[in-house]
Each structure stands twice: as C-alpha cells, then as structure tokens.
Ligand binder design. Structure first.
Ligand code: TZP
Ligand code: MG
Length: 220
C-alpha cells in the first residue's frame, strides 16, 4: 500500500500573490476551499525562502482543516521545512526543476509529488514510481505563466493519457466552459489559476468548476 493518500484532483487551485487580483491570497484559498477546491498549490517564484515559508504557514491551518496537503511549487527545501516528511505538504516540479526521482528521495515516501509534462515523451521519461500524478499542459493559451510553451489542446492531454497510467490534471487557460473537454480527454481534473484566483467570487467560480468536472466525469 502506498504511504500516501489518493488525492482528488478535480479542482486544483494553483496560486501566488500576483494571481489574486481582487482578494488577498489567504481569502482566495479559503473561499476556493469553501467552494470545493480539492487541492491547493502555492506557486511563488520571487519570494525569499523565509517569506515563502511565512506565506505557506499562513495557509497550512486552512488546508489542515480541509484534510489536504498544501502543494509547494518547486521549492523542495521549503517543502521539507514545512513538513513534507510527514506528508503535511506535497511538491510539484516542472521539467526544468530538480529531477522527480531526486525530489522523491529528499521528501520521503509520504509527501505527494506531481510533475508537469507537455508531451507523451515527457510522461514516458518520468519516474512513475516516484510520482502521484502529472500536470499536463498548457492545454490552452495562458497569460499567467510568462514562459508557457505552445498549447497542446485536449488532444495533447489525450496523447499523454495514452502512454501513462498516472492520474492527470490539465493546466493552462482552463475555464469552466472548457473543463469538460479536458476531462473527456482523460484528465481526472483541472488545475486553475486565473479563473479562480482572479475571480470576484472564488467560491462560486470553484463550485462551477467542480460541477463541470463532475458532470463531465459522469458522461464518460
Ligand atoms: N503551468 C502551465 S500553464 C500554467 C502553469 C503554472 C498557468 C495556468 O494559469 P491559468 O491562469 O489557469 O491559465
Ligand atoms: Mg517549476
């Protein structure tokens, strides 16, 4: 049996302070969780380690109440400092970050670990035994990630689906309207930044994503 819980990837909120255009980051996270967000990732590139830890610690009680780990984008040492070893936080890395197998060795068996992929080749090269899921994208054009590659479309998600048994979460430009086709292409859920973090009503936006994802899954 795995040392890790099986996570629900249905509506995975990814956020940093600059993505939270209308409310503070903690408020966005709280309202998204109230609306049914199933996973939350803190993605902050420019903060010092100390400031990142402070921000992450401000979110941990919320996530503990929700019974889910906080996912730390890239910052493996900060994840360890926050409690990756006991599974309180997980990690998400990209293709250009520390290799996933090394990250797994550092964070131990209990922390959830995700890896971003764009192409089937990336998924085939990934150390599946070290990973819990793959983020696939960008599915659509996004302005949130400055260095985002060209979008792969739902067909790109299906191409990755065809080569791996790992759970998939689509990311990049996903709206409530587009979520069903991402799930129909084989993703377990959608990872969303701007459509939730930039929303006037993060709770309602998250609830709409949750309905769209569950509806699409029921069609499958
Ligand atoms: N990785 C691939 S696309 C992306 C990341 C972090 C940004 C997605 O943001 P949005 O606002 O949901 O398009
Ligand atoms: Mg990265």
């Amino acid at each position: 049996m795995s040392a890790r819980p099986t996570l629900d990837l249905s509506v995975y909120l990814v956020l940093g302070r600059k993505d939270c255009r209308r409310h503070g980051l903690e408020e966005v996270a709280a309202r998204a969780l109230a609306g049914g967000a199933t996973l939350v990732q803190l993605r902050e590139k420019d903060l010092s380690a100390e400031d990142y830890l402070d921000l992450a610690r401000s979110l941990l009680p919320l996530l503990e109440r929700a019974g889910i780990p906080l996912i730390v984008n890239d910052r493996v040492e900060e994840a360890v400092a926050l409690g990756a070893i006991d599974g309180r936080v997980g990690v998400h890395v990209g293709q250009d970050d520390q290799p996933a197998a090394e990250v797994r060795r550092r964070i131990g068996p209990r922390a959830v670990l995700g890896l971003s992929v764009r192409r089937p080749e990336d998924a085939l090269a990934a150390p599946a035994e070290a990973l819990d899921h793959l983020g696939v994208g960008p599915v659509y054009t996004t302005t949130t990630k400055a260095d985002a590659a060209a979008p792969i479309g739902p067909e790109g998600v299906a191409a990755v689906r065809a080569v791996t048994a790992l759970p998939l979460v689509g990311i990049g430009g996903i709206t409530v309207e587009r979520a069903p086709e991402v799930v129909a292409a084989g993703a377990q859920g959608v990872a969303v930044v701007s459509a939730i973090a930039g929303s006037e009503d993060p709770e309602a936006a998250t609830a709409a994503f949750a309905r769209a994802v569950r509806g699409a899954r029921n069609q499958a």
